[in-house]
Design a protein around this ligand. Structure first.
Ligand SMILES: Nc1ncnc2c1ncn2[C@@H]1O[C@H](COP(=O)(O)OP(=O)(O)OP(=O)(O)O)[C@@H](O)[C@H]1O
Ligand SMILES: [Mg+2]
Length: 246
């Protein structure tokens, strides 16, 4: 099979192919359909999506509600398995892998060490304190215990989570507090690739500014990012290019 004139090996695009010399992620003809049984329906969630992300690049995704933006990010993070297409990722741990077909071990390892994800839905584990959530994430990313604790405190303070919330379970946090916790958890490990699904949806202007500053800092330090934003002003000056869906 050839794609853009490039040879593929065992269905996976070669590193020198669609990724190019400076690519970190290449998505090729990605499609995902859901089959629902009661009532019986088929929902095309996204179809024929292709894009390429270079190292350190920031790509925005825009499009109407229901156009499949979150589905694309979930396929990259492997919460959804696509029906069709390749998701070629240049990992530090395993070299080039197709995330659509990688083993569970590979997926877990790249999630721990390389790829961060901030969901548009506010999830927080019920029986773990806010501090432990961020600290565990820093430790997974490779920081030794003392440094992980320090980095977690720094990140929680940066996002202005009140100190009295740090050692309690976050299930009763407000929407904005949960979102800031999710951001702190994903960003504390300085991932190579950061996936952001509407990370500013329930934040006030001050908190949005903090997110923007830190995204710019991570970007300067080498993190590649894909972000879905409804706030086009927020995207301005942040994104190198934009994928429009729908
Ligand atoms: N787990 C699922 N089961 C069934 N259908 C799903 C599932 N996830 C997504 N879909 C459907 O796929 C379509 C695209 O959903 P998706 O969440 O990707 O849209 P979106 O562009 O992120 O929308 P929004 O801007 O509202 O967040 C929708 O019609 C949705 O109902
Ligand atoms: Mg969405």
């Amino acid at each position: 099979m050839t794609v853009d004139g490039m040879l593929t090996v065992d269905g996976m695009l070669t590193a020198g192919g669609i990724l190019g010399a400076d690519g970190i992620l290449a998505v090729n003809n990605l499609s995902k359909t859901f089959h629902i049984y009661q009532p019986e329906r088929t929902i095309k969630s996204c179809g024929d999506i292709s894009f390429r992300l270079r190292e350190k690049e920031f790509m925005g995704i825009v499009g109407p509600s229901g156009s499949g933006k979150s589905t694309v990010l979930r396929c990259v993070y492997q919460t959804y398995i696509p029906d069709q297409g390749e998701i070629v990722y240049r990992s530090r741990l395993f070299g080039c892998i197709d995330l659509a077909r990688a083993s569970e071990r590979e997926i877990l390892a790249v999630r721990q060490k390389e790829i961060g994800y901030v969901s548009q839905f506010l999830t927080a584990l019920p029986r773990i304190t806010a501090r432990a959530i961020v600290e565990n994430s820093a430790a997974e990313g490779g920081l030794p215990p003392g440094q992980a604790r320090e980095a977690a405190a720094e990140m929680l303070a940066y996002f202005r989570l009140p100190a009295e919330l740090w050692d309690i379970y976050p299930y009763m946090f407000s929407g904005g507090e949960k979102l800031r916790l999710n951001l702190a958890k994903a960003m504390v490990k300085r991932p190579r690739l950061l996936l952001l699904d509407e990370p500013t949806a329930s934040l006030d202007a001050g908190a949005k500014g903090l997110v923007r500053e830190l995204l710019l800092k991570l970007s300067r330090e080498g993190t590649s990012m894909i972000g879905i934003f409804h706030d086009l002003d927020f995207m301005d000056g942040l994104c190198d290019h934009v994928l429009t869906m729908g």
